[in-house]
Design a protein around this ligand. Sequence first.
Ligand code: FAD
Length: 396
Amino acid sequence: MSEHHTCDVLVVGLGPAGSTAARFAARNGADVIAIDKRAEIGTPIQCAEGVSQSIFSQLELEPDTRWISHNVSYVKLVSPGGRVVDLNDERVAKIKYGYVLDRKVFDKDLATFAAKEGANVLLKTRFVSGERLGNGLVRAHARNFGDDVTIDAKIIIAADGVASRVGPYFGIRTFVPLKHMESCVQYEMTNLECEDAIEMYFGKEVAPGGYVWIFPKGERTANVGIGIIPSLTDKNARYYLDKFLQTPRLRNARVVEINAGGVPVSRPLKETYGDNIILAGDAARVVNPLTGGGISTAVVSGKHAGTVAAQAVAAGRHDKDALARYQRLWQDAFGHRLEMFFKAQQVLVSMSDEELDDAADALLKCNFETLSEFELLKAVAKTNIKLLGKFKTFIH
Ligand SMILES: Cc1cc2nc3c(=O)[nH]c(=O)nc-3n(C[C@H](O)[C@H](O)[C@H](O)COP(=O)(O)OP(=O)(O)OC[C@H]3O[C@@H](n4cnc5c(N)ncnc54)[C@H](O)[C@@H]3O)c2cc1C
């Protein structure tokens, strides 16, 4: 059996980027189809679920307590030599709390909001390939429960995550070199002492090129995970995480869920749009390379993708020039920060354990106005002459 659909805007992927794109495209008057290969949005998760407070205003949504597993009140950084830097309200003047989300609920609700705005959501529908049609439209070939589906659209929004396949069919190269790809594995664990903090542990023996995290989810339950740069070691991420679990605090903790995935810690794609196409979220590589956090940039890019696509359709356009505003909008919103964090990540990867300890010592001497990565980097560069040399390319 085969089915055929037509629409103005086809969104591929209903993660935070795609659901937000579909919601804003439909809200702005486009006829939207949104497909996802999963049977249930949000499951399984591949995420530690940490976000800053601004996420809900970025989404233009009132926070719902069902989306939040835990309110986090400080950040704890632990250096290879065991220096513990607590960034709490005693050290940070205008501290803003963060959240550990419950993405199984949050992601599904975002897709529901898209459907409520009028997007036609098709689950268990996997994008397989795409082509340009002679009439200026694009066609996606998909599989739904074993059946062929074709969908013709004026604009396709690729929001299909880190392993995105859509772009290359429409002339956009999405390849990420291995040295810019973080490999992550995470256990949801129970029966452990949790702090009210986002905890991050650094060091070549702990997590080469990345860090181990403990993000509290609930009563004695946390996401305990790791991201490493695989090209820096011959061992895999799970080896380092299991080694970390030997610490006395975690020895009695039990795994109740496992997930793994990749995070692009590269620069964003040079061009995140083309004739008939926009890429958003991980597919566009708009991720904070320093932390690996991509939820917030996914929803902001998704919002702009959906809005620009709907406006272009309303203007009777779907060529590259009509979609160029999308890239300007996300660059204005967070482009300069991603560039700075990319450079900072390059420095972090090159730092020895001794330098990481020195950076922790520098942070221990300072108080901060806000808890921004920029302020922390500046403080490290200012207090340590050796590190100033490494950081001066991006801190002015
Ligand atoms: C272990 C781990 C921990 C992380 N922790 C954090 C964190 O704490 N905070 C943070 O901000 N970020 C974190 N991230 C990153 C964050 O998860 C991503 O940046 C974010 O999910 C990107 O959203 P997205 O919508 O672009 O893609 P995704 O959330 O990956 O959504 C993509 C969607 O596309 C669908 N899809 C894929 N291929 C197809 C296809 N061929 N056809 C149809 N549908 C398809 C998928 O099913 C999925 O629903 C973490 C990532 C990992 C791997």
